[in-house]
Design a protein around this ligand. Structure first.
Ligand SMILES: Nc1nc2c(c(=O)[nH]1)N[C@H]1C(S)=C(S)[C@@H](COP(=O)(O)O)O[C@H]1N2
Ligand SMILES: [Mo]
Length: 593
C-alpha cells in the first residue's frame, strides 16, 4: 500500500497547527443558530403553490376547488332524492324495520366514563399538531405518485406547477410555503422542524392509542365501536337516508350510536389510525430496504399517497363529526363526552369551551414557538422519536433488491451545487488533480487520487433513494464500498463517527458535511459512488464522489466529497449537531424513518 500513503508534499497553506494536514473542519460554518428568522437557511423566499390538482389522463389536470360547487350541487340533488324516496311506502317500511341503530349485546356498557373524555381530548389536541405538521411535510414535495419513480408528469396529484425543464431543477426549489396557521411550522422547506412535530407527537399519540385500546377492551366499550351484527349495514343505509332527507335519526349516543356513526367510528379507530402508522412506516428507507417483498408493492409512494388519504379521512371525519355533534343536541352530546353525564346541563359545554381555549392557544402558539425555540423542538422531538429511529438504524440490508429494469427514468436533483473556484478547476481538468483525503482517528491516513480510488475493488448496487422531502428513485451506483476504505485506513477503536466533507457550501455558507455512525460504514450498502447507471456520476449527482448509505434518507448522502474524517464525536465539528442540515435547519442526525 505504499503508493496510497500520505503525500509528504503538503502545500504550506494546508498545514495546520502541529505540522499536520489542516482539517476540513476549518471550512465549516461553526455559528450556532438558535432562531428561525428572515435570514434563516439562506433566506429561502416564500413560494406559494397552486390549488390542488389531480391528473386525469396524460397531461390533463382537474382543479380540486371544483369539488366545492360540484359537491354542493350533488348534496342538494341527494337531499331532493332522499326526500322523494321517503315518500315511497316500501322505503318507509324499510325505515321502520331498520330505524338506524343495531342492537348491542346485553352486556354492553351504558354511558361514557371519564377516561373516554380524556382520551377524546388528548386525541383531538394532538391531532391538530399531527395534521398541521403533516401538511407541512407534504408541502416540501407537493406531489404524489403511485410508483417509486417520482417522474415529472407522472404525479397523480400536485399543489405545484409542472416540473420545469431545467435539468438541474432541485426538489428544494419545488417546495412550497403554507399560509400561517395552516402548516406547522409552515415556512418553505422547514421540514426538519415539521418532522420533529409530526414524529414526536405521533409517538405520544400512538402510546395514548395503545392505552385507549387496552381500556376499550377491558371495559367493554369496544362493543359500541365494532359492528357486531349484519343489520348494521341496512341500519347505516337507513341513517344515511334520514340524514340526507334532513329528517335526522333519533339521537341516542349515551347508550348506542346509530349504525352510520358506529361505522365511522370503527373506521377511524380500527382502520384509519393503524393505517396512519403502517403507511408512515412504509416511507422509511431502512424498513423498505429491509422488507423487500412488502415494499415491492407497498413502496414509499404508495405509502405516501395512502398516508395522504388517511389525512383526508381524518379531516373529513372531524368536519362531519363536529357538525353533527353541534347540530344534534349539542349540550347533551357535549355532556356525554366532556362530563360523563346524560342531560342538558351546561357543564359539558363549559368543560368543552375550556378545552377549546387550550386547543386554540396550542394552535396559535405552535408556529411562533417553533421559530423562536427551534433547538427545543429538535431536542424534544429527538427525545420522543430518537430511540425508535435508532432501532431502525441497526438494519443492515442485503443488496439485490432491484435489477436494471427497475432503474428510474428520472432522478431528482437536490441540494446546493458547488460553485467554488477550487471545484471548477478540478472539474475542468476532469478531476485528474482531485484527491480524496481520509484521515482523523485512523492508523493509516490516505490521500487518494481519483485513479487510486478507481483502482480499489469495484462495487455496484441498484438501490432506492429516499429524500426526506418525499420523492424517491431507483438507480445503479458504482464505486467503492466504504468497507474497502475502512480496510485501507484502519479506524482506531476510539473512532465512532465518520464525517463526510463536501466541495459544495450549504445555503448559509460553510461547507456541507454530514456525520455518520461508524457501524453503518461497514453495512453492505454503504459506498462511495463514482458511477451512476453505468456512466460516470454527473455534476448534478455529486461528481467525482458521493456517498450512498441506504439505511438513511437522502440528505445524509453527501455529494461532491473531498474528504472523510474519523472522529470520536461530532460536538466540535461545525456547530456540533452532526451535519449541515442539523446545524442550520434543525434536522436530526439519525433519520432511518
Ligand atoms: N454537498 C451536498 N450534498 C448533498 C446535498 C447538498 O445540499 N449538498 N443534498 C442532499 C439531499 S437533500 C439529497 S436528497 C441528495 C440528493 O442527491 P441527488 O441530487 O443525486 O438526487 O443529496 C444530498 N447530498
Ligand atoms: Mo433530500
Amino acid at each position: 500500500m505504499d503508493s496510497l500513503s500520505v503525500d509528504q508534499n503538503i502545500p504550506a497553506a494546508d498545514i495546520g497547527a502541529g505540522g499536520t494536514r489542516r482539517s476540513f473542519r476549518e471550512e465549516l460554518d461553526t455559528k450556532r443558530y438558535h432562531v428561525v428568522d428572515d435570514h434563516w437557511a439562506g433566506r429561502v423566499p416564500a413560494q406559494y403553490g397552486v390549488a390542488p390538482r389531480v391528473r386525469i389522463g396524460q397531461g390533463k389536470w382537474f382543479n380540486l376547488l371544483w369539488l366545492i360547487p360540484i359537491g354542493l350541487v350533488l348534496l342538494i340533488t341527494a337531499i331532493a332524492i332522499a326526500q322523494g324516496l321517503r315518500e315511497i311506502p316500501a322505503v318507509q317500511d324499510f325505515l321502520s324495520r331498520y330505524p338506524g341503530e343495531s342492537a348491542l349485546p346485553a352486556n354492553a356498557p351504558v354511558g361514557l366514563p371519564a377516561w373516554v373524555g380524556w382520551q377524546h381530548f388528548l386525541n383531538l389536541f394532538m391531532m391538530v399538531f399531527i395534521i398541521r405538521s403533516g401538511v407541512s411535510i407534504m408541502a416540501d414535495h407537493p406531489r404524489f405518485y403511485w410508483t417509486r419513480h417520482s417522474t415529472p408528469g407522472k404525479d397523480w396529484f400536485r399543489m405545484q406547477k409542472p416540473v420545469p425543464s431545467d435539468p438541474l431543477y432541485t426538489a428544494k426549489e419545488d417546495s412550497i410555503t403554507l399560509p400561517d396557521g395552516v402548516g406547522l411550522p409552515g415556512r418553505r422547506h422547514s421540514i426538519g422542524l415539521a418532522r420533529w412535530w409530526h414524529l414526536g407527537v405521533d409517538t405520544v399519540w400512538l402510546l395514548n392509542g395503545v392505552l385507549f385500546f387496552v381500556l376499550i377492551f377491558t371495559t367493554g366499550q369496544w362493543m359500541r365501536l365494532v359492528p357486531l351484527r349484519w343489520d348494521v349495514i341496512p341500519n347505516a343505509a337507513s341513517a344515511a337516508l334520514q340524514y340526507l332527507s334532513l329528517d335526522w335519526p333519533v339521537e341516542n349516543g349515551w347508550t348506542n350510536y346509530n349504525s352510520l356513526q358506529l361505522i365511522a367510528y370503527f373506521i377511524t379507530v380500527f382502520i384509519a389510525a393503524p393505517l396512519a402508522l403502517i403507511t408512515g412506516l412504509g416511507m422509511s428507507p431502512a424498513l423498505s430496504t429491509r422488507f423487500r417483498r412488502v415494499s415491492t408493492i407497498f413502496n414509499i409512494q404508495v405509502a405516501r399517497s395512502l398516508h395522504f388519504f388517511v389525512l383526508c379521512w381524518f379531516v373529513m371525519f372531524i368536519v362531519v363529526h363536529v357538525t353533527l355533534v353541534m347540530t344534534t343536541g349539542a349540550l347533551r352530546n357535549l355532556n356525554h363526552m366532556y362530563a360523563s353525564q346524560d342531560n342538558d346541563s351546561w357543564v359539558g359545554f363549559g368543560i368543552f369551551a375550556a378545552s377549546m381555549v387550550l386547543v386554540v392557544v396550542g394552535w396559535l402558539a405552535a408556529t411562533p414557538f417553533t421559530y423562536r425555540h427551534p433547538r427545543t423542538v429538535q431536542k424534544v422531538g429527538f427525545a420522543l422519536i430518537g430511540r425508535a429511529e435508532r432501532l431502525f438504524e441497526h438494519i443492515d440490508s442485503k443488496p439485490g433488491q432491484y435489477t436494471e429494469k427497475d432503474i428510474s427514468p428520472y432522478f431528482w436533483h437536490n441540494g446546493k451545487y458547488p460553485d467554488s473556484e477550487e471545484y471548477q478547476t478540478l472539474q475542468a481538468g476532469n478531476f485528474a488533480d482531485y484527491t480524496l483525503r481520509v484521515n482523523g482517528l485512523v492508523e493509516n491516513p490516505v490521500e487518494l487520487t481519483l485513479a487510486q480510488v478507481k483502482a480499489l475493488t469495484y462495487h455496484d448496487q441498484i438501490t432506492q433513494h429516499f429524500c426526506i422531502q418525499g420523492w424517491s428513485g431507483v438507480a445503479k451506483w458504482g464505486g467503492v464500498s466504504m468497507q474497502t476504505i475502512l480496510d485501507l485506513v484502519q479506524p482506531k477503536p476510539e473512532a465512532k463517527w465518520v464525517i463526510f466533507y463536501s466541495f459544495a457550501d450549504g445555503p448559509d455558507g460553510g461547507a456541507y458535511y454530514d456525520a455518520q455512525p461508524i457501524e453503518q460504514m461497514s453495512y453492505k450498502l454503504t459506498m462511495l459512488a463514482y458511477d451512476l447507471n453505468g456512466e460516470t456520476v454527473s455534476f448534478g449527482h455529486g461528481a467525482p464522489l458521493r456517498l450512498r448509505n441506504e439505511t438513511q434518507v437522502g440528505f445524509k448522502m453527501v455529494k461532491w466529497i473531498k474528504g472523510i474524517e474519523f472522529v470520536e464525536d461530532f460536538s466540535e465539528i461545525g456547530a456540533g449537531f452532526g451535519g449541515y442540515h442539523n446545524d442550520h435547519e434543525f434536522f436530526g442526525y439519525r433519520q432511518a424513518i
